[in-house]
Structures are given as C-alpha cells and as structure tokens.
Design a protein around this ligand. Structure first.
Ligand SMILES: NC(=O)C1=CN([C@@H]2O[C@H](COP(=O)(O)OP(=O)(O)OC[C@H]3O[C@@H](n4cnc5c(N)ncnc54)[C@H](OP(=O)(O)O)[C@@H]3O)[C@@H](O)[C@H]2O)C=CC1
Ligand SMILES: CC(=O)[C@@H](O)[C@H](O)COP(=O)(O)O
Ligand SMILES: [Mn+2]
Length: 398
C-alpha cells in the first residue's frame, strides 16, 4: 500500500478547513495533515487541531498571535495529559506571509480554504513550489486570473468549489471538443423570488441564513447577492477554458444537482449528491480517486422534486456584472472581487444596505481606468488597492 498523501490545510479553522480535517481523520491510510494555517482568530482551535493531528508546521497570519499560539499549545498539551518535555511542538510561522511560506513547504496537496483574495499569494506559492492545489479559495483564481493559470501545470489545480467539482466530474474521461455548454447551478440564496423592493431592508442575519449550505459568513453573503455565482462563472471560465458565452447559470433551489455539462449531441451530464462539502473536498484531496463513505448518497426510496428556473437578473444583477468583468479580462475580475470584499465587510458591519453591495461593485467598475493585463502579482495588488479605495469612497457616500 502506498504512503498517505501529505496535506497542508490553509484556513484550517474555517468551514472548509474543519471539513477537510474531518475527511483526513476518516481516511488515515490515504491522507495525513502535516501543515495548518489560519488567520489567528481562534488559536485554541488551531492548537488543538495541530496537536491532535501531529502536524510539522503551523502558520498564523496575525503576527501577534504567535505567542498566544505557543500558550495555546501548552494548554492543549496539558489537557491531553502530556507531560512537559515529552512531546515536540510544531514549528510556528507568523505574519502576513506565513501561509505563503507554509504553502511552499513539502506536501503532496495544499488545500486553500482561506477566504478572500488574500489567498492569492498562498495559491501562487503552492503552485510555484510544485504542489497540487485543491482550490476552495475561488477569489485567488478570480483575482489572479491568467497569472494563476500560467503558474499551474495541467492537473495541478483541482477544484473544491461544489459546482466546479461537479463540472470536473462530468468532464472527466470525455473529449473537451464535444462540450457545448457548462451549466452552473445556483441555489438562489435566502432571497430567491423576492422583488427589488423586498430586498431593500434585509438584514445581515437574514443574509446569513442560507437555505441549503452551512458555510463561512463571506461566501454566505455572496450567495445571497448572487455575487458568489458571478465569481463562480469567472472561476469556471478560467478552470475549464470555456468561453463566457457558453456558460449558463440556472437556479436550482434544492442544491442537489451541483452543475451540469451539455455536450454537442444534446446530452447533458449532471452530478448530484446531497449538499455536503465533504464530497468535493475528499475528491479534490484524493483526485482522481474517490474515497469510500464520504457522505450518505441520495435516498431514492423517498419522493423528491428537483426544480430548475431562470435567474432573475433584474433583481440579482451580480452574475451579469461578473460576466461583463470576465469578458473584459485583465485585472477587471480582480476589481470586481476587491470591491465586493469591501462592500460585504461594510454590509456585515451594518454600514451598507444589502442592495448597495452590487451597486458598489458596479460603480467601482464604471470608474475604473484601463489598467491593462497584469504581468505580475504586484499589478493585481495595485489594481485591488485602487478598487478597495474607490469602493470605500462609494460606501462612505452611501
Ligand atoms: N464553506 C463552504 O462550504 C464553501 C466555501 N468556499 C470557499 O472556500 C473559501 C473558505 O470559505 P469558508 O471556509 O466558508 O470561510 P471561513 O470564514 O469559514 O474560514 C476562513 C478561514 O481562513 C482563515 N484565514 C483568513 N485569513 C487568513 C490568512 N491571511 N492566512 C491564513 N488563513 C487565513 C480563517 O482563519 P481565522 O478565522 O483565524 O481568521 C479561517 O480559518 C472561500 O473562498 C469560499 O468562497 C467554496 C465553496 C463552499
Ligand atoms: C457549497 C458551494 O460550493 C457554495 O459556493 C455554494 O455554491 C453556495 O450556494 P449558492 O451560491 O448556489 O447559493
Ligand atoms: Mn460553490
């Protein structure tokens, strides 16, 4: 039997990170977590994860968290009844570039479960070090665009996002020349079916109540605005080299069909499973193999209904806007994402109305100078800086 794959989990304390660790714990013969990274918001959990998994290295973005983490290691060790001097603590990397450094350390797979385009550095670092990247952090691909693609050898970037995992499953073994269309499914979020007027006063709590998925706060709010689907449209174009004109979005409230591929002869292949991220995470970590018993399969003994309906782009213009940003190319998708990150933070803090999130993105893109195609990561960061500053002004202006 071959050795287990060594896995680095970036964003280990988050929704994706915790589920990735659960998958690895269930499959000790196949997966071994050897490195962890987090922001530093919950050092007690990070320390507990690190000691229970026996990882070599832990990275934490908040530089001042290093000492907290050290103390948390001792507390976790004591809780486990370990006698001082009889165990080795993991190496600690601390600071804003710690995840980037860890991503280049030896491992077979780096799972990027960080939220936001702050994940771009770690994605590029892992790819350039030759690691397979299991990518949940869609923002790094959207922001980095061609730079990320150029850094990735064929097969080096494996999708974790449920829709893109579904597309990869539908596409495998097939001839790419036979693909006619990609069809991304969208739950429609908690406000599906509402009019624009009905969205006016919605609250953070309402936006965080996703109908089908339990996820971190940013991706959940992005699902409510449909910005998540906009990001996923760009992600699909970049991952699968399919023109935007050949990628559709369809609303599917049950989130059971995770996406579909329509072929030249009129056949459509769909991937279906109950909404549970452990399946795409496990598949990405073990790709191309499937691990056993990752989640319960669909129960065909029960009657069920799957609905599909067009997206209301007048009430939810985010996908149309993302399509325009994607078609424009260059750094425009990075501007789209950066403006959204600022607007979502302002909405979550109670400083911006829900409907203004997409308006801030639109106003930022309208005002953007022609920044050309990025030739290096610094070009992307400069474009993002411009978009964040412009978005903050738009947010302050109401
Ligand atoms: N959750 C889901 O089901 C899905 C998520 N995704 C995508 O996966 C990504 C992660 O989402 P999710 O797990 O929900 O998010 P969470 O907010 O739950 O978790 C984010 C994680 O990233 C860590 N983090 C933040 N900044 C840094 C940094 N600079 N360096 C290292 N770690 C950092 C956080 O640590 P700390 O808390 O300490 O700051 C936390 O562990 C997003 O891109 C999302 O769009 C895609 C499909 C489904
Ligand atoms: C689970 C997952 O992949 C999320 O990105 C999901 O797509 C959110 O659902 P909707 O954006 O379709 O509401
Ligand atoms: Mn998704």
């Amino acid at each position: 039997m071959s050795e287990p794959r060594e896995v680095t989990v970036l964003g280990s304390t988050g929704s994706i990170g915790r589920q990735a660790i659960a998958v690895a714990r269930q499959n000790p013969g196949r997966l071994q977590v050897t490195g962890l990274a987090a922001g530093g918001g919950d050092v007690a959990l990070l320390a507990e994860q690190a000691l229970s998994l026996g990882v070599r290295t832990v990275a934490v973005a908040r530089a001042t968290a290093a000492q907290d983490l050290q103390l948390a290691f001792y507390a976790a060790a004591q809780q486990r009844g370990w006698a001082q001097g009889h165990y080795t603590l993991p190496e600690i990397l601390a600071g804003p570039r710690a995840a980037e450094e860890l991503a280049a350390r030896p491992a077979d797979v780096v799972l990027n479960g960080i939220t936001g385009s702050i994940g771009l550095g770690p994605t590029l670092s892992a790819l350039r070090a030759g690691r397979t990247v299991a990518l949940a952090n869609k923002e790094s691909l959207v922001a980095g665009g061609e730079l990320v693609k150029q850094a990735a050898a064929p097969g080096q970037l494996v999708p974790v996002d449920s829709e893109h995992s579904a597309l990869a499953q539908c596409l495998r073994g097939g001839a790419r020349g036979e693909v006619a269309r990609l069809v991304l499914t969208a739950s429609g979020g908690p406000f599906r079916g509402r009019s624009a007027a009905e969205l006016a006063g919605v609250t953070r709590e309402q936006a965080l109540a996703h109908p089908t998925w339990d996820m971190g706060p940013v991706v959940t709010i992005n699902s409510a605005t449909l910005v998540n689907k906009g990001l996923e449209l760009i992600e699909a174009h970049l991952l699968f080299d399919v023109p935007y004109a050949d990628i559709d979005v369809v609303v599917h409230p049950q989130s059971i069909v995770h996406s579909m591929v329509t072929f030249a002869d009129g056949a459509t292949i769909a991937q279906a499973s109950p909404p549970d991220m452990r399946l795409p995470i496990a598949l990405a970590l073990a790709w191309p193999d499937r691990l056993p018993d990752v989640q319960p399969a669909l129960d065909w003994s029960q009657a069920s209904t799957w609905e599909f309906m067009p997206l209301d782009s007048e009430v939810f213009p985010a996908v149309r806007l993302a399509r325009q940003a994607g078609e424009a190319g260059g750094v425009v998708p990075a501007l789209f994402n950066a403006a959204n990150e600022e607007a979502v933070a302002a909405f979550a803090a109670g400083h911006l109305a829900f409907t203004a999130i997409v308006q801030v993105i639109a106003r930022t893109l309208d005002a953007a100078p022609d920044l050309g195609a990025p030739t290096c990561v610094e070009d992307v960061l400069a474009a993002e800086k411009w978009a964040r500053e412009h978005a903050r002004v738009a947010i302050a202006g109401g």
